[in-house]
Design a protein around this ligand. Structure first.
Ligand SMILES: [Mn+2]
Length: 343
């Protein structure tokens, strides 16, 4: 069997080994709202640093300015902790884990130049990688955890069970429970999963939806207005928060296209989120619709073919109901226009 694996330059593997062996003060930085991929990769890299460096007085830390709820569950389950702090104290070596640019972290940028910088990531490279002495970046990898697993495999080190659980969580999370997995993802999973119950990993990655989100979904449904254009079902609704998730829900339960408005009087802000089915996205582009609606509202909008949104200022001269009505009508009209012109 030919093993298809992520390609990492042997020179890079050796250089990484050298950095970890020779440095005992290392900070592993994760991006804002650190997700299971960032957390899993950082935990595993810290473990690697710990076994490669023999000093007694090591200082190996993981830090992020915020951590997602799911990541907190995983950390708790594995008995790991990370420091949640802005402007962490920088150490001799600083790793950017699952992080491609400086706007994803809160650090003292000036002080960074006193450290050896290393990047391990799977996003598109940015200028930050030029500042790094070593960047192990593979845009083709589904997750940073997949890259880190491959680093272990190439170094011939099989990490202990807890570390493999952390890596599997990251891979499962970033591949949307394997929907985005590639052949090499399965190869690396086969290598990691020995003695691990796959259902346990899936369980670690499930969480109850917030009550506020569930209520918003239900309100969006109960307030929904249904219209029809050329056989397409258009769902229009409004909530005060979670509009994106509500728009997604309306499509998932049967609409072809949905627009959900949230008027936030306090912030004097109007937000709209739109979603449509893949079939419909072959005819219209949600991002273009949102951009055009935003223009009419003097706001800003855009996005992808199937998912998009906009922000605009709320004009206090009008009542909330009036604004909601106007904005939804506008979304509907522009959608209709775009649909007709696509014929
Ligand atoms: Mn990631």
């Amino acid at each position: 069997m030919v093993l298809i694996m992520i390609k990492i330059d042997s020179k890079d593997i050796n250089f990484l080994k050298k950095i970890l062996k020779e440095n005992k003060n290392i900070l592993f930085l994760c991006h804002h709202n650190a997700d299971p991929d960032a957390i899993g990769a950082a935990i595993a890299l810290k473990y690697l640093a710990n076994i490669l460096n023999k000093s007694e007085d090591k200082n190996l830390r993981i830090s992020a300015d915020s951590v997602s709820k799911l990541s907190k569950n995983i950390l708790e389950e594995l008995g790991e902790s990370i420091e949640v702090v802005q402007y962490p104290k920088l150490l001799n070596v600083v790793f950017f884990v699952d992080t491609s640019s400086l706007n994803q972290i809160t650090v003292n940028t000036q002080e960074l130049k006193n450290s050896i910088l290393v990047m391990v990531d799977h996003h598109k490279k940015t200028d930050l990688s030029h500042l790094c002495s070593l960047s192990i970046v593979d845009e083709g990898a589904t997750s940073t955890c997949e890259i880190v697993s491959e680093i272990f495999r190439r170094m011939n080190i099989c990490p202990p069970k807890d570390i493999r659980v952390a890596l599997l969580c990251g891979i499962l999370y970033d591949t949307k429970h394997l929907k985005l997995a590639k052949e090499e993802t399965f190869q690396i999973i086969a290598w990691l999963i020995r003695d691990i119950n796959f259902q346990r990993i899936l369980y670690l990655l499930t969480q109850d939806m917030d009550e506020s989100k569930r209520i918003a979904h239900l309100k969006a449904c109960s307030r929904m207005e249904i219209r029809e254009v050329e056989g397409y079902i258009v769902a229009l609704s409004h909530v005060s928060s979670h509009e994106a998730s509500c728009a997604k829900t309306l499509v998932s339960i049967g609409a072809d296209i949905s627009f959900v408005v949230a008027v936030r009087k306090k912030n004097r802000e109007i937000r709209v989120s739109g979603r449509c089915r893949k079939v419909l996205s072959k005819r219209i582009h949600m991002g273009e619709i949102m951009e055009e609606v935003a223009n009419k509202l003097d706001g800003e909008g855009g996005g992808h073919r199937e998912a998009a949104g906009l922000n605009a200022q709320y004009d206090k001269g009008k009542s909330k109901d009036e604004v909601i009505r106007e904005v939804l009508d506008l979304c509907y009209d522009i959608f209709k226009e775009k649909l007709y012109s696509s014929n």
